[in-house]
Design a protein around this ligand. Structure first.
Ligand code: MLT
Length: 411
């Protein structure tokens, strides 16, 4: 028999959101199939925009004719989409990111893990605690996490986030080579200011670290002064990779399209001391391991940058933000501390550090019929919290929250 990657034996048995789905299915089957309002995984519910659908219909028609058929596309993505991203998401906001810095992907999650191919297995990785579990799971699979001791991996550097620091971690005490930052944050829902993020860029410049900046939720930033792209910070293109997705912004969770910015100014070093561009390495990796995102999905993504598409992004993200406000206000009304939700579709609710997140999950599922994500699934600092998403319909969000208020559950 083949010898397998031992690191898998160290991972939790199932991925966080698979475990949540399993418990919901179990609850449904033992309760006569009763409906559960899903407020756990950040999966969108509004349909694709008309402009996106029309562009994809045209793309399918092109594929139906030999004169306009497309086979393999460029591994980096089609230039029509890379140019639209560069123009609207960067140059249009005064940021110097060119199409050559942009790689189209099938979504943020894959690239977050795939990037591990280009930095050394010896790198020390820092993650926020709590954080999106993909950063930790990927580090475990790649052998960068060490051993798990009392819920923490021995080789990871944890950047603790709690109400005491407004969920903004301090710089690491131990040197970190690769730092995963996510703002607006998943799961806490908190956004970061320029001053706060500048400290991280300065740290990375001083220590030769790489920041992997997950900005999948940037379209939900509403307060002026909150950062949408790490490249708003001077010098960040020498230390940071930025990852984005059309999933939450434009309803692409099922369609799959995102992008990763690896600026050509970003350098790494081989163990023999030779410098190399990370853009070159990532391009080399992609050409071998990836054949590009689907043409139809990329045509749909390009339509997000039409005037109609951009209005739709605002309309739909506003809708989800309205739901987040309803959730935050309902939990606050019954005495819970609720965070996030102002620049993010996520609301992070504290039931008290002595509480077990999975018990709160079960309680809300059984009493109120809606699902949440247990905070402990995001790290030790998530214990006692649950995360809710604003991605369900307005009607379902209102129903769930009126059940909560009527339930008699109080902090
Ligand atoms: C989440 O709920 O954290 C996200 O939807 C998961 C994902 O994007 O993979």
């Amino acid at each position: 028999m083949v010898q397998v990657n031992d690191n898998f034996s160290q991972l939790p048995k199932s991925y966080l959101f698979s475990e949540v789905a399993r418990r919901i299915a179990e609850y449904k089957s033992s309760n006569g199939g009763s409906d559960v309002i899903r407020m756990d995984i950040g999966d969108v519910t509004r349909p694709l925009f008309h402009s996106v659908i029309a562009a994809m219909h045209d793309a399918v028609d092109e594929l139906a004719s030999s004169s306009s058929f497309h086979g393999y596309g460029p591994e980096q993505g089609y230039s029509f989409l890379r140019e639209a991203i560069s123009l609207h998401d960067y140059h249009g906001r005064g940021l110097d990111i060119d199409p050559a810095d942009i790689f189209i992907s099938d979504g943020a999650k894959s690239d977050l893990g795939n990037l591990g191919d280009i930095y050394s297995r010896d790198c020390t990785v820092a993650v926020m605690n709590p954080s999106y579990p993909v950063y930790v799971d990927d580090s475990v699979i790649d052998g960068r996490a060490g051993d798990i001791i009392h819920g923490k991996w021995s080789r990871l550097v944890y950047l603790d986030c709690d109400p005491g620091n407004r969920f903004m971690p301090s710089l690491p005490e131990k040197k970190a080579d690769v730092i995963f930052l996510c703002f607006p944050n998943n799961p806490t829902g908190e956004a970061i200011t320029k001053d706060e993020l500048s400290r991280w860029v300065d740290y990375a410049r001083e220590n030769g670290s790489l920041i992997i900046y997950d900005s999948a939720y940037e379209a939900f930033v509403r307060q002026p002064g909150m950062v949408r792209s790490i490249y708003e910070i001077e010098g960040a293109e020498e230390v940071a990779i930025e990852i984005r997705s059309f999933s939450k912004t434009a309803g692409f969770t099922g369609l799959r399209c995102g992008y990763t910015v690896v600026p050509r100014k970003l350098k790494g070093r081989y163990s023999d001391g030779t410098d190399v561009s990370l853009n070159t390495l990532w391009n080399r990796r992609q050409c071998t391991k990836f054949n590009g995102a689907s043409y139809v999905a990329q045509k749909g993504a390009a339509a997000v940058y039409t005037p109609e598409g951009m209005e739709d992004v605002k309309r739909v993200t506003d809708y989800y933000m309205g739901n987040a406000a309803i959730i935050k206000s309902a939990f606050s009304k019954i005495g819970f501390n609720a965070y996030g939700g102002d620049n993010s579709p996520y609301v992070w609710v504290s039931a008290g550090a002595d509480k077990d997140s999975w018990q709160i999950f079960e309680q809300l599922l059984h009493i109120c019929g809606f699902s949440t994500t247990p905070g402990s699934g995001f790290g030790t600092k998530g214990e006692g919290y649950i995360r809710l998403t604003g991605f369900n319909s307005r009607e379902n969000t209102e129903t769930a929250m009126s059940r909560l208020v009527a339930s008699g559950i109080r902090m």
